[in-house]
Design a protein around this ligand. Structure first.
Ligand SMILES: [Zn+2]
Length: 262
């Protein structure tokens, strides 16, 4: 399994970083997109990936939550695959409530009506794979375990982003954990560090602390053994911090690839 960071930036990033979406490649070359933000057209082009063409390696998409830096490219992907000659639907993995919100609150406006066909649904574009909260699924022989991470609380509800443990190796161990978008949850991260070889954690690097992502200063309070497993991403352009000096692996670079062998 390989994980390539197509982008590593925040929602407000530049072309030098792109938004934080990843591509997981299975041994057979098939690709799973981890989130599909507004920058995805450019990310796929830079990675040499055609979303819809014949023989496209893209097989599936996993969606963690409904912010546009994670879903803003889905209309492009849906139309590209639907009208792209082969009419090749990708698998779409997401927590089941999130799938409903994804359609009803975000995608329906653009994808719901097309020329000559009434009442299009999400299932007309994707092979939907609804998953339970903290569910487990297999993709191309790669075991994936979802981990609901609190992303924001608005006083009425807590909105979760569904992180992923990837590459199940048996005995509850995995190759990697990807936080997607998560508030600082030290207990959860310490627990997950016992399950994953590497942790990729979103990291806010600006002086302003939004509270919806773990901030660099907060992540610095984790035990040294946990920090030594963590790569940081979803950062602001030109972050001033020095992750290695604080015991982290580093900031992930756009295009950086991580390989995991069986
Ligand atoms: Zn978000």
């Amino acid at each position: 399994m390989k994980i390539t960071f197509l982008g590593v930036g925040s929602a407000f990033t530049t072309r030098d970083y792109y938004q934080s979406n990843m591509l997981v490649r299975a041994e057979n070359g098939a690709g799973l997109l981890l989130d599909c933000g507004s920058d995805i057209r450019f990310m796929l082009a830079e990675a040499g990936l055609d979303a819809a063409g014949p023989g496209s390696a893209l097989d599936a998409v996993y969606i963690s939550h409904c912010h546009a830096d994670h879903i803003g490219g889905l209309e492009f992907l849906a139309f590209s695959t639907y009208f792209g000659g082969e009419r090749r639907a990708l698998k779409l993995f997401a927590q089941s409530d999130l799938l409903g919100k994804l359609w009803n609150e975000s995608l329906q406006g653009g994808l719901g009506r097309i020329q000559g066909r009434p009442a299009m649904q999400l299932a007309d574009y994707f092979h939907c794979r609804p998953l339970p909260v903290n569910g487990r699924f297999d993709w191309q022989g790669i075991g994936c375990q979802m981990v609901a991470m609190p992303h924001l609380a608005n006083g009425a509800e807590v909105v979760y982003s569904h992180g992923l443990l990837l590459g199940e190796k048996g005995r509850g161990q995995f190759d990697a954990f990807i936080s997607t978008d998560a508030r600082f949850c030290p207990d959860a991260i310490c627990r997950l560090a016992g399950k994953a070889e590497l942790i990729f954690h979103d990291c806010e690097t600006t002086p302003f602390k939004s509270g919806v992502h773990a901030h660099f200063d907060e992540l610095c309070t984790l035990p040294a053994a946990v920090r030594s497993k963590i790569w940081l991403y979803h950062h602001h352009p030109d972050p001033p911090q020095d992750p290695q000096a604080h015991g982290f692996r580093g900031f992930v670079r756009k295009g950086q690839e991580f390989s995991f062998s069986r």
